[in-house]
Design a binder for this molecule. Structure first.
Ligand code: NAP
Ligand code: HSE
Length: 428
């Protein structure tokens, strides 16, 4: 048997993911060597605070000088588990330009600067691996770049954030309070350093942009993604959905339309309880990939957490190390910027609740607004309150701008006291 080739790793950041990564390398290096002929060894780890305890990580490897770690000739490959955008971008570019492959779990970085970093990796003939950046512990990027490389993909849709799925599951199943569920998700290591990124949908939007870029070969940035989060979802919304046979999930949907334009959206949606995504609970994520040949593929796994995420970082590191030895790399195809279709021009089914005067003619006036704007009603229910009534509508698919115009018309009717929650409905 030929002698193993040693690849020396510099790790930027040693928090939830970085610590698990270092532990996994220590535990699995022998197995990896036996399977691939590559010996991985962590030689340097950068952090902000040298005094913080880091279980299973050799303290003598720690440094606060990330730039020196990247430029160290004793580091062959850089693993970025530090987070952050500016500053991190410069470090990653420096590594790539020095001919060092980079593996990153950082979706915010790729959503802002992906095309530049992919091009730099291509130029240097090294890999940039980012399996863990989109669905943490689900192998999703590998299948998209390899198994599905010849597939004409039309849509990728799924639950892309572990923190929000955990929060919604706790609220739905245990009646948990939103703030308590978020605090739990933070304690479990699921949330971003600033959890606003999770609950306001920005983390899922960053992931959706990476998926759209990969699936359609056109660069879609995080800012191109229409983004709504879950921070306004209440126990009443969850109850409304539940009584009609739905659960609420934060979804990311990227799709390519017949004219070549791309839709990219993140939003809380009502999903029928019998839909496979409704059964995805806790910090699990699941992603549907739809294409001409494959019909549908669904991938499922832990969408957050140190160990599952680090497992994907290890896989990328092994692949990048093997390609480094072979002096080759896998390209991220980029045919230029996408034409992104505005959300107003995309069709969805909608749920809306209204509080109205309980009087003759009110329902007819409201139904008239739907009809005037070409929005077809799929179902309507009335709940009687003390002196008013709640009307709950679900529509058939309608262009979003037509639905919004309907709401404007309804709001102006004298009998309408208030327009309540509006949610898109998926999969019914
Ligand atoms: P974390 O626990 O906050 O860890 C960040 C680490 O980076 C810490 O060790 C921190 O040092 C270090 N660091 C931050 N800024 C630094 C700087 N300027 N110089 C040197 N070190 C610095 O974060 P995490 O949850 O592991 O997430 C890391 C990355 O993985 C993020 O991009 C995140 O989006 C991504 N990710 C996380 C998960 C997850 O479930 N947590 C899943 C998928 C992807 P100190 O320890 O000294 O503060
Ligand atoms: N904060 C992210 C989440 C980590 O909750 O999904 C995984 O990307």
């Amino acid at each position: 048997m030929s002698e193993a080739r040693e690849i020396r790793l510099g790790v930027l950041g040693c928090g939830t993911v970085g610590t698990s990564f270092c532990q996994l390398i220590a535990d699995q290096a022998e197995v990896i060597e036996a399977r691939t002929g590559i010996r991985l060894r962590v030689v340097s780890v950068s952090v902000r605070d040298l005094a913080k305890p880091r279980a299973g990580v050799d303290a003598s490897l720690l440094t606060t000088d990330s730039a020196a770690l990247v430029s160290d000739p004793g580091v062959d490959l850089v693993v970025e588990t530090m987070g952050g955008v500016e500053g991190t971008r410069e470090l990653v570019l420096a590594a790539l330009r020095a001919g060092k492959p980079v593996v990153t779990a950082n979706k915010a970085l790729l959503a802002a600067h992906g095309p530049e970093l992919y091009a730099a990796a291509d130029e240097a003939n090294v890999d940039i691996g980012f399996e863990a950046a989109v669905a943490a512990g689900i192998p999703l990027i590998g299948p998209l770049r390899e198994s599905l490389v010849g597939e004409d993909i039309s849509r990728v849709m799924g639950i892309l954030n572990g923190t929000t799925n955990y929060i919604l599951s706790q609220m739905t199943e245990k009646g948990a309070d939103y703030a308590d569920a978020l605090a739990d998700a933070q304690a479990l290591g699921y949330a971003e350093a600033d959890p606003t990124a999770d609950v306001e949908g920005h983390d899922a939007a960053a992931k959706a942009s990476i998926l759209a870029t990969l699936a359609f070969g056109r660069s879609v940035l995080g800012d191109d993604v229409h983004t709504e989060g879950i921070s306004k979802i209440t126990a009443e919304d969850i109850d409304d959905a539940d009584r009609r046979g739905f659960v609420i999930k934060l979804l990311g949907v990227v799709e390519r339309f017949d004219d070549g334009s791309i839709g990219a959206r993140v939003f809380p949606a009502m999903v029928p309880k019998l839909h496979p995504l409704a059964a995805v609970r806790d910090s699990f994520n699941a992603v549907f990939v739809e294409g001409v040949g494959i019909d549908q593929v669904m991938l499922y796994g832990r969408g957050a957490g140190g160990h599952p995420t680090a497992a994907m970082v290890v896989g990328d590191t092994v692949n990048a190390a093997m390609n480094l030895v072979a002096k080759t790399h896998r390209r991220v195809v980029n045919l230029g910027p996408a034409v992104v279709r505005p959300v107003e021009d995309i069709e969805s089914a909608f749920f809306v609740s209204l509080e109205v005067a309980d009087e003759p003619g009110v329902l007819a006036a409201i139904a008239n607004e739907f009809g005037e704007h070409m929005v077809s009603i799929s179902s309507m229910e009335q709940e009687d309150l003390e002196s008013t009534a709640r009307l709950l509508f679900i529509t058939h698919h309608a262009v979003e701008s037509n639905f919004r115009a309907t709401l404007t018309g309804i709001e102006a009717l004298p009998a309408v006291k208030s327009v309540g929650r509006v949610l898109r409905v998926i999969g019914s």
